[in-house]
Design a protein around this ligand. Structure first.
Ligand code: ZN
Length: 298
């Protein structure tokens, strides 16, 4: 038979074990991370670059497990098209940015084929594509080069922009991320829907946009002429603005396909087009010169 002292000791030690167990459980729960795109708990092997490595980003990364391997490999399918076959790829090659594997970059947009020549000489590139050269001047051997923005791959670029938008907010502006429901975007990035998701390209800024990356990270991104900003307009509209190599600027709504927000841009830039261009039918000028969005009065 145990005496009272021993019994008390035993109780205390049992209580201790219970307490320890609870603490361990809590720690375990904290360790489980869900993918921010598909919400599945995971243990990923890949490192997710918020801005594609192929655009020159080496440092702006998600933490391990915040994007699962499945989503990461799904991204790579549209990432390549969105970069090698759009104006982003041309900007990358002109600026001597190498590919993920450190090779000289190249690409193709419609008939225009471009290839970097030498990583140490950005700006020296080889270009092919007869239709794209205009006004050749024999005297000074100059010409104008027409660079198409896309090659029927606007969907890939929409997806790339949406991916960078949600990841950068999650990483650097978590309080903004927590305020919104990104269901539409998440479904779109998981290929559950495949309709177009329109965006515009303009350097024009209407209203105040706020920087997303931290100041330290911004220093790194500045070298690539990258800025990433957001603007919260209303419950249905959270704009993401991405600028690459200082001159290529894209704006997209991270919450829905709704294009109402483009009206004010169209008002000040008459020839502005929503991409892909067939979406402009939804956002057009009415007879009395008032902008109108697919049946919704402006
Ligand atoms: Zn996932």
């Amino acid at each position: 038979m145990r005496n009272k002292g021993q019994q008390r000791k035993l109780k205390r030690s049992r209580r201790k074990t219970k307490k320890n167990k609870r603490v361990n459980l809590v720690i375990k729960e904290l360790k489980v991370v869900s993918c921010i795109i598909c919400d599945v708990e995971n243990d990923s092997k890949s490192i997710e670059h918020i801005v594609s490595e192929s655009l020159g980003n080496k440092k702006y990364l998600m933490n391990k497990d915040e994007v699962c391997d499945k989503c990461n490999s799904r991204f790579s399918k549209f990432e390549d098209k969105a970069i090698s076959n759009t104006i982003l790829g041309f900007a990358r090659t002109v600026n001597g940015i190498t590919t993920k594997k450190g090779k000289i970059s190249s690409g193709k947009i419609k008939e225009l084929i471009f290839k970097g020549q030498n990583a140490t000489t950005p700006g020296l590139i080889e270009i092919k594509g007869g239709k794209n050269f205009l006004r050749y001047n024999k005297k000074n051997k100059s010409f104008e080069l027409v660079v198409p923005s896309f090659d029927k791959n606007e969907i890939s670029l929409s997806k790339l922009l949406l991916k960078m938008g949600i990841e950068s907010l999650f990483k650097s502006k978590n309080h903004v991320y927590m305020d919104y429901d990104f269901d539409n975007l998440k479904k779109y990035l998981q290929n559950k829907t495949n309709d177009d998701w329109g965006f515009i390209m303009t350097q024009e800024k209407i209203g105040k946009f706020y920087d997303i990356p931290t100041k330290t990270m911004q220093k790194h991104l500045n070298k690539l002429g990258i800025t990433m900003e957001y603007q919260n307009k209303d419950a249905n509209t959270l704009l993401f603005r991405f600028r690459y190599m200082r001159s290529h600027v894209f704006i997209i709504n991270l919450l829905s396909r709704d294009l109402n927000w483009t009206i004010e841009y169209k008002k000040i830039i008459p020839n502005l087009e929503v991409q892909p261009v067939h979406l402009n039918k939804k956002v057009g000028l009415t007879k009395d010169n008032n902008l109108n969005v697919a049946g919704v009065e402006a």
